[in-house]
Design a binder for this molecule. Structure first.
Ligand code: 13P
Length: 253
């Protein structure tokens, strides 16, 4: 039985006081969603403040990106060990904004995933097709390429420790949400890829989140799909009520 994870990707939003207030508001009410894992992903500069704000609660947190190298001359970068030092449990890797705006490649996501796992972090590895790719009937092929490239060389044991997020790029920040059937179809494909590469135990155990315009009002229908194990939420995660409302969608599963 996979435990649902509701993850809030705050992206490059909020100031320090707002980040602390939002983390505290979610943490304070996080006890109500016992059957769901909850995590927030503030900008890295606010991770220490968020750590203090959520202390003693069941709200976990993580970073939106990290460097694949352990240390050294990588100006502006942050290592996995630094995130662990800040108390992070998770790290989002290969988000579509990093892939498509900042040019991150599957090979880079792969190196980061391996480094994150080695440090004991849980990577949330994102995949997702562009609108033109979906319209050209290439969704399955694109997801497969991203999966194979981003998770290349991982053992079954390593893969069992990560989370996959399916985020169709055309649904991110657009208000356009994939239908539950569209989401479920890709999640099923991903689980089949996992089964073919490893085995049924790995395929059944890995959590696959959906991301792309998830909000409290549409969460339940997405989260009731058998292969949708949670959500990676952008805009709606910036409001405590919305974020917790999405988590409440899981209990209706
Ligand atoms: P929105 O929920 O704002 O569409 O963003 C989704 C996302 O990119 C989460 O990582």
């Amino acid at each position: 039985m996979r435990r649902a994870l509701i993850a809030g990707n705050w992206k490059m939003n909020l100031d320090r006081a707002e980040a602390v207030a939002l983390a505290a508001a979610i943490a304070e009410r996080s006890g109500a969603a016992q059957e769901v894992d909850l995590a927030v992903f503030p900008p890295s500069v606010y991770l220490d403040a968020v750590r203090d704000a959520v202390r003693g609660s069941r709200l976990a947190y993580g970073a939106q990106n990290m460097c694949h190298q352990p240390n050294g001359a990588f100006t502006g970068e942050i290592s996995a060990a630094m995130l662990v030092d800040l108390g992070c449990r998770y790290v989002i890797l290969g988000h579509s904004e990093r892939r498509h705006i900042l040019g991150e490649t599957n090979a880079e996501v792969n190196q980061k995933t391996i480094a994150a796992l080695a440090a004991g972090l849980v990577p949330i590895v994102c995949v997702g097709e562009l609108l033109a790719e979906r319209e050209a009937g290439r969704t399955g092929e694109v997801i497969r390429q991203q999966f194979d490239g981003s998770l290349a060389g991982l053992s079954a044991e390593q893969t069992a420790r990560l989370v996959i997020a399916y985020e169709p790029v055309w649904a991110i920040g657009t208000g356009k949400v994939a239908t539950p059937q569209q989401a479920e179809a890709v999640h099923m494909d991903l689980r089949k890829i996992l089964k073919d590469r490893y085995n049924a135990t790995i395929a059944d155990g890995v959590r696959i989140l959906y991301g792309g315009s998830v909000k409290a009002s549409n969460a339940a229908e997405l989260l009731t799909q058998p292969n949708v194990d949670g959500a990676l939420v952008g805009g709606a995660s910036l409001k405590a009520d919305e974020f917790l409302g999405i988590a409440a969608g899981v209990s209706r599963k």
